[in-house]
Design a protein around this ligand. Structure first.
Ligand SMILES: [Zn+2]
Length: 181
């Protein structure tokens, strides 16, 4: 459930069957988040919020609603661009170097640029749309090489290097960017 609050913007209310009291925290997107007992009504949740305003204001780093909206908008835009680009780029390189993957997923995790699961799903972070093309391609080639090597062994890096001879530089440059949106 989401409560719209004039001061805190959208407040995420999570019902937790195990919780007995109300707990406030900040979500990864900077929103206020409330964990409440299972049978808490919206009315009650609002009352909890009202009676805790002072504590929330003082203790939690909530983003102001305007900033939140700007971030949401940016994320949406990036997702749209990523959808129109990343799956096709992945397909292009997979065909070029003869890799078979099962699915391409787009993510917006804050910590990683991409991943490759044992069921051959390749996940790519929409934040890749913010980095230079060479680095974006490097991430795609890195994840494709994981289809043959599920580790970072010498054989793995050799395979990455056979498609991208500057992979070491690209790996280093990528550290100057953050995958978070
Ligand atoms: Zn890797």
């Amino acid at each position: 459930m989401i409560i719209k609050d004039a001061e805190f913007g959208e407040v995420i209310v999570r019902k937790n069957p195990l919780s007995r009291g109300v707990k406030f925290s900040v979500s990864t997107s900077g929103r206020l988040q409330m964990s409440v007992p299972k049978y808490t009504s919206e009315f009650l949740a609002k009352r909890f919020l009202n009676s805790n305003r002072k504590v929330i204001r003082e203790k939690l780093p909530i983003k102001d609603p305007g900033e939140q909206r700007a971030r949401d908008y940016q994320k949406k835009l990036l997702m749209k661009r990523a959808k129109e680009y990343l799956p096709y780029r992945l397909e292009y390189y997979a065909k070029l170097y003869n890799y078979k993957y099962d699915k391409c997923r787009l993510t917006h995790a804050n910590t990683r640029w991409g991943s490759c699961s044992s069921n051959r799903t390749i996940s790519l972070n929409i934040g890749l749309m913010k980095v230079p093309e060479k680095l974006r391609d490097y991430v795609i080639l890195h994840e494709l090489a994981h289809l043959n090597h599920m580790d970072h062994s010498r054989a793995f890096w050799q395979e990455v290097g056979s498609h991208d001879k500057n992979y070491k530089i690209h790996e280093k440059k990528l550290k100057m960017f953050s995958p978070g949106v």
